[in-house]
Design a protein around this ligand. Sequence first.
Ligand code: MG
Length: 373
Amino acid sequence: MTDSLLAPYAVSDDNSRGRAAAEPAPASRSEFQRDRDRVIHCTAFRRLEYKTQVFVNHEGDLFRTRLTHSIEVAQIARSLARALKLNEDLVEAISLSHDLGHTPFGHAGQDALNDCMKDSGGFEHNLQSLRIVDVLEERYAEFDGLNLTFETREGILKHCSLKNAALLGDVGQRFLDKTQPSLEAQLCNLADAVAYNNHDVDDGLRAGLITFEQLQQVEAFSRHSAALQTQYPGLAGRRLIHETVRRMINDFALDLIEQTRQNILVAGVETIADVRAAQPLVAFSVAMREELLQLQRFLRENLYWHYQVLREMSKAKRTITELFDAFTSDVRLLPPKFQQRAREDKARAIADYIAGMTDRYAMKEHQRLFAIG
Ligand code: MG
């Protein structure tokens, strides 16, 4: 989208706060297209294909992975951004990079690594995503990381403790000042929630861990599935599920567009400085927010806490903890590059190594360290 089609309060190349290392403007792309392209070409992005979203990667080929999740978030975020005349390239760059810092095995992996790091500054996947694009990627002659724009980096850092914020400089400042990020960053946050809550319904049903009948407790689901069965008697199976989920996503999206337009109008926001000084403006209506929370609660109780999921998660935690302990007790077990980094900060180097692993790499590495023969 050219800048002339953007709302005055959108982020644009003109009002961007730029990159840490100054670079000439791109010849044929916007600054945020360049960010997106750098993310797509980086190593951490390719690893997302083999990282767990909810279901461990080897359980089936059709479940979401971090990669397909990130693509779904980008799709939803772009649609929302276009409707609101916000910067589509920026939301795409943020969406595709928002989960780069995830450990193997989803949230179980992150919890385990955070426990291992509790005396060494902790581990937080959000912060790790930023660390990857700021420091860890090794691709460019002139700088470490990807040297992304301030606005993409700000969008990646969804939340962060005040202690960490104080260490982060420019992108940490808003947590200290209690100001808001761009509308694009706010939007990606909610696009993420729309994506995962809805695709987890689909994946949970596919896995047979939750049922169509159970989902009738969820208002958004029961409303649409009932309407569909009236409209198309006999519609069943995957087609009914997909139609229901797609209508749910559509409802959340339309509601968010409408409510956000109203919020912007009421707040009288005209510039990006106004956006930063206002309350969060990208939002669902109260009723829709309640529906999303209800869906979230349902998934937590019935899917994420399903005993079969918890068993996988407990194995995952053990694997991560054992890897961490093995490397901590003898750093010579690390590959040379990480041994070198461990001389500066042992725990952080080990956390970086483990966080970068795909699910299957972590399982293999665990075998290499613990299985004889
Ligand atoms: Mg996500």
